[in-house]
Design a protein around this ligand. Structure first.
Ligand code: HEM
Length: 525
């Protein structure tokens, strides 16, 4: 299939296409307006928010957390509203969870595809829709133990290269730098060495990705027929992403010797170039935000919780002592890459608790499903075939009846004797539950550990606000910021060794000296 060219598709506008476009517009605009403006009627069994649907639903797309919690907090356990012609039912409580995460007819893909909108639309690039099961099957192939083992040194190498420029100004914006870092290693994991080493293409890819994220505006979702800037940006960035990734799939297909990189694994599996690009795009979209946001918030949480930070540092010291020869003079990333995968996975219990707790607090987004099966009865409410369902994870993660002082960072709450996450069914959903547990958990955890170990061992930092002062407490997460999960107000990491670094000091030296690895100088790489 020829690679679609975005410029041709956006600049050339032949007469017949114009005719089709305007005819479609003439038919669809009044129809859609009628649907959008028809007042919503109350149906027995579930509270209807009523009003003019387009206005009622607007804040579902702009301030989703506030929208849902305004109504839940006013005592409604379930309520419904309309998005276009669709009925959306917002659910809360244990009974709803048991259905939402378990019922066979509830489709995750179809739910997110229509109500999230930020993911690339495969029809924009003529890729046949990749079925839910097919995608997860490919992903499991790529995060198989041997595959992760092979790619691990490359992930450390990438982080090392990228963090070399960090800290020269003394202030790091984690919501930019840590996100970019996670983006880079996710792309490395999901594609091939050639792409990960091409700085310009990585920059381009990052830009197209964020453009696509930003294009999921309420106008693009609620007025799909309207030729808005957001719609155009969505189509153009999807095509640009496709073109760029396709180039590398093509390159790897023509390579004389196959490698163990993901693209080659998918080629060997028998997929077409287009399907491979579809899978890669899916992985990047499923993983980047969550992994970036969690890594970032872990650094922030540790920045104001010295007790947990020293537990994690102690563990890292033991890991390095037990699995590397501290007498060897090697660069930090090479030492860390020598540690076996099983040790990263099993020998960092405090860091695992920190990840779990950070996820509990930050994962307050909304899970979405569409009922493609039979009608389902939930108390006196029927979840009809075709309905969309929305479940805010804050219903459990920030619920004071389940978690004591729920916004407090307290990783010990999961330990033996406390086990706050065992109070009801599915009270911990950080990695999903039921029919759709996170298929990327293993690689996400490993990516986070690569980033965190390189940062915690290689850098010394403290938190600062935008005026450069240590914040009295951690700023709140903007829970409506589903795109980037930033804090409000902004917070930064001050690199306490930036001065030394400018004088040539190598990341990790201070840690190694302090930990008493006296003979083991860290080398530059
Ligand atoms: C810290 C990082 C991550 C977190 C917190 C996370 C969390 C989640 C959660 C909560 C779900 C369930 C969503 C629902 O029920 O609606 C989920 C599903 C999923 N995640 Fe992740 N995820 C992360 C990283 C990743 C990565 C890196 C990938 C891919 C490499 C990935 C791939 C998936 C896929 C494919 C599903 C859907 C599985 C299915 O359809 O059965 N995730 N994830």
């Amino acid at each position: 299939m020829p690679t679609p060219n975005p410029t041709v598709l956006t600049l050339e506008w032949p007469l017949t296409q114009s005719a089709i476009f305007f005819t479609t517009l003439a038919i669809s605009v009044p129809m859609t307006l009628a649907i959008l403006l028809r007042p919503s009627k109350s149906k027995a069994g579930v509270h209807d928010l009523g009003g003019i649907p387009i206005f009622t639903a607007w804040t579902f797309f702009t301030k989703r957390y506030d929208f849902l919690w305004k109504h839940f907090n006013s005592g409604k356990k379930y309520f419904q509203f309309r998005v276009l012609q669709h009925r959306v039912i917002a659910l809360s409580g244990e009974e709803a969870r048991k259905i939402f995460f378990v019922e066979q007819g509830l489709s995750l893909n179809e739910g997110y595809r229509i109500l999230m909108g930020a993911a690339p639309r495969l029809e924009d690039i003529n890729v046949r829709d990749i079925q839910e099961g097919d995608f997860v099957k490919r992903l499991l192939l790529l995060i198989h133990k041997d595959q992760v083992l092979d790619v691990l040194p490359a992930l450390f190498e990438n982080v090392n290269r990228r963090t070399k420029d960090w800290g020269n100004e003394g202030r790091i914006n984690p919501f930019k730098e840590v996100y970019d870092l996670v983006f880079q290693i996710t792309v490395r994991m999901a594609t091939c060495q050639e792409l990960a080493e091409n700085k310009d293409d990585i920059e381009r890819l990052t830009q197209h990705y964020w453009d696509l994220e930003k294009s999921a505006t309420p106008v693009a979702l609620l007025l799909p027929w309207f030729p808005s800037q957001a719609k155009k940006a969505q189509r153009n960035s999807t095509r640009a992403l496709f073109t760029l990734l396709h180039k590398y799939v093509d390159l790897r297909r023509k390579a004389p010797v196959p490698s163990s990189d993901s693209i080659d694994t998918l080629i060997a599996y028998g997929d077409t170039n287009e399907a491979i690009v579809g899978v890669i795009m899916g992985i990047i979209f499923a993983g980047v935000i969550n992994t970036g946001a969690t890594s970032c918030w872990i650094l922030l949480n540790l920045g104001v919780n010295p007790e947990w930070k020293s537990k994690v540092m102690e563990e890292l010291k033991t890991l390095i002592t037990n699995h590397t020869n501290t007498l060897f003079k090697e660069p930090l990333h090479k030492r860390l890459a020598a540690i076996p995968l099983s040790a990263w996975e099993e020998e960092l219990p405090a860091l695992d608790l920190v990840i779990r707790e950070t996820l509990r607090i930050t994962t307050s987004g909304t899970a979405i499903r569409r009922n493609l099966g039979k009608d389902i009865l939930l108390a006196d409410t029927t979840l009809r075939r075709g309905d969309f369902l929305a479940y805010s994870l804050a219903d459990v993660h920030l619920n004071a009846d389940i978690y004591t002082d729920p916004t407090k960072f307290a990783p010990g709450r999961f330990t033996k004797g406390k086990e706050e996450d065992q109070k009801e069914t599915y009270t911990y959903i950080g990695w999903g539950v039921g029919r759709h547990p996170c298929a990327g958990m293993r690689i996400a955890k490993m990516e986070m550990k690569v980033v965190l170990a390189m940062f915690l061992v290689g850098f010394e930092y403290e938190l600062v606000d935008s005026s450069g002062n240590f914040p009295k407490e951690l700023p709140l997460q903007d829970r409506n910021d589903i795109q980037q999960v930033r804090s409000a107000p902004m917070i930064f990491l001050r690199d306490l060794r930036a001065g030394d670094r400018l004088k040539g000091s190598i990341p990790g030296t201070a840690f190694f000296e302090r930990q008493g690895f006296k003979d083991s100088l860290v080398m530059s790489s």
